[in-house]
Design a protein around this ligand. Structure first.
Ligand SMILES: [Fe+2]
Ligand SMILES: [Fe+2]
Length: 203
C-alpha cells in the first residue's frame, strides 16, 4: 500500500486543502440557493445571509488571509511565488461578495430586481472561486512543497496559520464553520423535502 502523502496532504498546504473542501460545500449550497431562487422566483434572505457570513468570515477572513499574509509572502521571499492572478482573484471575490450582500439588502427593502442581481453575482462568484481553488490545489500545492522541502519549515508555517486564525476569528474556527455548513445543508435538505412533498400528486 502506498502511504506517500499527496501534495495537498502535506503541511502547511493540507490546512488550506481541508478548508477548500469545506468552501466547496458552501459553494454547492450557494449554487442550489440560486437554483431555488430561479424556481420559486423568490429569495431566502436569511439563508443567503448565513452563507455570506461563512464566505466573509471563514473563506475570506481566515482562509484567504492565511494565503495572502503568510504563505504567499513566504514563497515570495524565496523568489518562487508564481502569482497566477491569485491575489487579484481574492480581490475580485470580495467585490462579488459585496454586491451579493447589497442585492440581499435591496431584496429585503422590496426591490424585486435584486433577486436576479444576487443570482448573477453569486454564480459569477462560484465560478471564480471554483477555478481559483483548482489552480491552488494544482499549482500552489506543488510550489509550496518545492519551496519548503524541510518538514520543520512547513510545520512552522502551519503554526503561523493557526496563530493568525486564533487572532482573527478565535479558537476552533474550522469546527465552528463546518457545523454552520452542516446546519445549512440540513436546513436545505428539509426545505427541499417539503417542496418535493408539495409537488407530489395527491394519493
Ligand atoms: Fe486563494
Ligand atoms: Fe485557497
Amino acid at each position: 500500500m502506498d502511504i506517500t502523502p499527496t501534495l495537498t496532504e502535506l503541511l502547511p498546504y493540507a490546512t488550506l486543502a481541508r478548508e477548500h473542501r469545506l468552501i466547496e460545500r458552501a459553494l454547492d449550497l450557494l449554487g442550489r440557493c440560486c437554483d431555488e431562487a430561479i424556481r420559486t422566483k423568490t429569495l431566502d434572505p436569511a439563508f443567503a445571509r448565513e452563507l455570506l457570513c461563512f464566505i466573509r468570515e471563514f473563506a475570506d477572513r481566515t482562509h484567504h488571509l492565511k494565503e495572502e499574509r503568510i504563505l504567499f509572502p513566504a514563497i515570495d521571499a524565496k523568489g518562487f511565488f508564481p502569482g497566477c492572478g491569485l491575489v487579484s482573484e481574492h480581490g475580485l471575490a470580495r467585490v462579488r461578495v459585496g454586491k451579493m450582500a447589497a442585492a440581499i439588502d435591496r431584496w429585503t427593502a422590496g426591490d424585486a430586481s435584486a433577486r436576479l442581481d444576487f443570482i448573477r453575482q453569486a454564480r459569477s462568484y462560484i465560478n471564480l472561486l471554483r477555478e481559483h481553488i483548482v489552480k491552488e490545489d494544482d499549482c500552489l500545492a506543488r510550489v509550496t512543497a518545492a519551496t519548503f522541502p524541510v518538514r520543520e519549515q512547513r510545520e512552522a508555517l502551519a503554526h503561523e496559520f493557526e496563530e493568525m486564525e486564533r487572532r482573527e476569528i478565535g479558537e476552533g474556527a474550522f469546527e465552528r464553520y463546518a457545523s454552520l455548513v452542516e446546519r445549512l445543508e440540513e436546513q436545505e435538505r428539509q426545505s427541499s423535502g417539503r417542496a418535493e412533498q408539495g409537488r407530489s400528486p395527491a394519493p
